[in-house]
Write a protein that binds this ligand. Structure first.
Ligand code: 8YV
Length: 312
């Protein structure tokens, strides 16, 4: 008998196909009547394969009395209530490390695009402006600038290595100082003061909610930039929007938003923002590796072994 699991969202196609082969899968995201779906399948379900931002809380867990494991596709587990899982003895796994390099590539691409205004310059050419209006206005160099990393974890370190290769200096802030060569700032405001580009790489969730708000953006000021590759919740989005509109920061590069996939349309009008649709880890290779690890955790658990990447 294959273990019964629920798939919460429409995720990576290859991963979902393998899940379908190896487990008896119920697709919650396709159910018109979610409560009816949970009443029908909930009593037999032993695993959840989570995809995307759908909240997984105690109420959902209680509708699955046999739930043993929540295997998330992604390193960030902020959509899952970890305390609720812990209290119920439910294992939570994620997909760390396999996406570090890819997300770091995207982070550097955002820094390049934001400081050099590369997407805007391309739009200028495509609009036929080059011949008529002349060269695109000068932008800002990366070399010699300081990248302040807010949240120097495994992805942050991969970003730091790339930024140094581009001639940038690195500093960071974490809750705890790490044993690394980069200078440490005791709080996000000081880091912002000391940086030309603030790179947000913290986990999401209640502990980092609106960590980057008016105070941090004021410390950054009108000549400096912010890049967010973490979660939209870490930046106070309405405040950032206002600061960009009023040129109180020089620019922002954003891969993540507070209410994805909905992005406030006021952002689309900004010339000083570069906006990516959460593509940090979005390559064929990396998404396959993430899916393989998610599935491996489910396989290990259901064959009575220890999971590979346990969060709770
Ligand atoms: C993915 C991510 O976009 O790993 C994460 O936490 O945010 C991304 O890699 C996401 O997991 C896709 O659902």
């Amino acid at each position: 008998m294959k273990p019964e699991i629920i798939i919460t969202g429409k995720g990576h196609a290859g991963t979902q196909a393998t899940l379908q082969e190896e487990f008896t899968c119920h697709r919650l995201f396709e159910a018109a009547d979610k409560n009816g779906f949970l009443r029908e399948h909930g009593p037999r379900v032993r695993g959840l394969a989570t995809f995307g931002p759908m909240p997984v809380d105690g109420k959902l867990m209680d509708s699955l009395p046999k739930l043993e494991i929540i295997a998330n596709f992604g390193v960030g587990v902020d959509a899952i209530n970890l305390d609720d899982a812990k209290k119920r003895g439910i294992i939570v796994t994620n997909t760390p490390d396999v996406l570090n390099e890819c997300v770091a590539d995207t982070a550097i691409a955002l820094v390049l695009c934001t400081l050099r205004k590369l997407p805007q310059s391309e739009a200028y050419l495509r609009a036929g402006n080059w011949a008529g209006k002349g060269p695109y206005p000068l932008a800002t160099s990366l070399g010699g600038k300081t990248l302040g990393i807010l949240g120097l974890g495994r992805i942050g370190e991969a970003i730091a290595r790339r930024a140094m290769a581009m001639g940038m200096k690195i500093r960071y802030h974490n809750r705890r100082k790490k044993d690394v060569v980069y200078p440490y700032d005791a709080d996000p405001v000081t880091l912002a003061k000391n940086s030309d580009v603030l790179m947000v790489v913290t986990p999401g969730g209640p502990e980092t909610q609106n960590l980057v708000g008016a105070k941090v953006l004021d410390a950054l000021g009108p000549k400096k930039y912010v890049v967010n590759i973490a979660r939209g919740s870490v930046i106070d989005e309405p405040v950032l929007l206002r600061y960009l509109q009023e040129n109180r920061v020089a620019g922002a590069g954003l891969d993540v938003f507070a209410d994805e996939p909905r992005v406030p349309p006021e952002f689309f009008k900004l010339d000083n923002a570069v906006l990516f649709p959460h593509v940090g880890s979005a390559t064929v290779e990396t998404r396959k590796a993430m899916g393989d690890l998610q599935i491996e955790n489910l396989r290990l658990h259901f064959s009575g072994k220890t999971v590979a990447t346990r969060v709770v």
